[in-house]
Design a protein around this ligand. Structure first.
Ligand SMILES: Nc1ncnc2c1ncn2[C@@H]1O[C@H](COP(=O)(O)OP(=O)(O)O)[C@@H](O)[C@H]1O
Ligand SMILES: [Mg+2]
Length: 301
């Protein structure tokens, strides 16, 4: 069934090594070539987008082609974002009962609470989307475990903060604060709400998988989790499918894939697409276009 994007923020998720970054890059190239100003952005801290586009320069965002921009978020950038929004105020609160320097404090907070980092990644993409600078934002993520953590985070932070006022209001006010603890917490809660709303209403999720036992087994759990957060699963890419069986080796590999393919395609009869296994690494625009052709086969967009 043809792949069609229903929303303007398009996320790719799935296990490590299944082809998320490849699909994201091919999709980004598709939209850029059709004249839409496109950003392809990675929230994987071990990124490979620059590598796929064969960019020599470091430092992002950078322009990759006409209409196509690339950005890889670094851990430091996310930390800085948190620091800018909440650092001083939260420090103000904590420093009333913990004797700790500011730099140590932000290092500490962002390391013990990886969820905060995740939440700020979502928030960062939300800001990009709201800025209106790009017509399409293609979001490449870290492997599934981390990705779901990231999607879960706004809801978890919100849940945690419900109990926070009770605890923090019992702290002795030993010094004059610019703002009350409660108002800081309220802002934070609001941010989590907005981020969750953004994920539910503006982002479409595309699952990249392969026709193998482990990948197929994990799908039901993943779908259930997406459903429980009200997230929109748009399409499933079944990658690395053997297209030409011109050796006994490939005939055998293809027969292994065949039952998993049937299983996947019966689960997603209306919204899955096969992507063939190419005989080389997918690097550079020309090879990405080979993938793009398969991803958008039969699509009108
Ligand atoms: N359809 C394909 N045919 C051939 N190689 C592929 C295909 N899809 C992905 N690859 C290769 O597999 C490796 C992992 O792909 P990548 O997109 O980085 O996975 P992920 O982002 O899910 O970890 C890369 O070397 C990529 O070139
Ligand atoms: Mg990747």
């Amino acid at each position: 069934m043809a792949y069609e994007n229903k929303r303007d923020v398009i996320m790719f998720c799935g296990k490590g090594g299944v082809g998320k970054t490849t699909c994201a890059a091919a999709t980004a190239l598709h939209y850029a070539n059709s004249g839409k100003k496109t950003l392809v952005i990675s929230t994987d801290f071990t990124p490979s987008l620059q590598d796929i586009f064969e960019l020599k320069t470091s430092g992002t965002p950078s322009q990759v082609a006409d209409n196509l921009y690339l950005e890889e978020i670094s851990y430091d950038a996310i930390k800085a974002l948190w620091d800018k929004r909440f650092g001083p105020e939260v420090y103000d609160i904590f420093s009333t009962f913990v004797d700790i320097g500011y730099v140590e404090f932000t290092d500490f907070i962002t390391s013990i609470l990886p969820g905060l980092r995740d939440e700020f990644m979502v928030d960062y993409i939300k800001d990009l989307s709201e800025s209106g600078n790009y017509e399409k934002i293609i979001w490449d993520t870290a492997p599934a475990g981390q990705t779901l953590g990231l999607l879960r985070m706004p809801a978890i932070v919100n849940e945690h903060l419900k109990a926070a006022p009770r605890i923090y209001t019992t702290l002795k006010a030993t010094k004059q604060r610019k703002r009350s603890v409660l108002s800081v917490i309220k802002d934070w809660q609001q941010l989590s709400d907005y981020d969750m709303q953004f994920l539910k209403t503006k982002v479409e999720f595309n699952l990249v998988t392969i026709a193998e036992a482990l990948a197929v087994q994990q799908i039901d759990g993943l779908l259930a989790e997406f459903g429980s957060y009200g997230l929109f699963m748009n399409h499933v890419m079944i990658n690395n499918v053997i297209e030409t069986q011109d050796s006994p080796f490939l005939v055998s590999k293809a027969s292994v894939q065949s039952s998993y393919l049937s299983e996947l395609e019966s689960k997603f009869p209306m919204n899955s697409t096969r992507i063939g296994l190419l005989p080389y690494e997918v690097k550079g625009k020309e090879r990405l276009l080979e993938i793009e052709k398969r991803v958008f086969a039969g699509s009108v967009s």
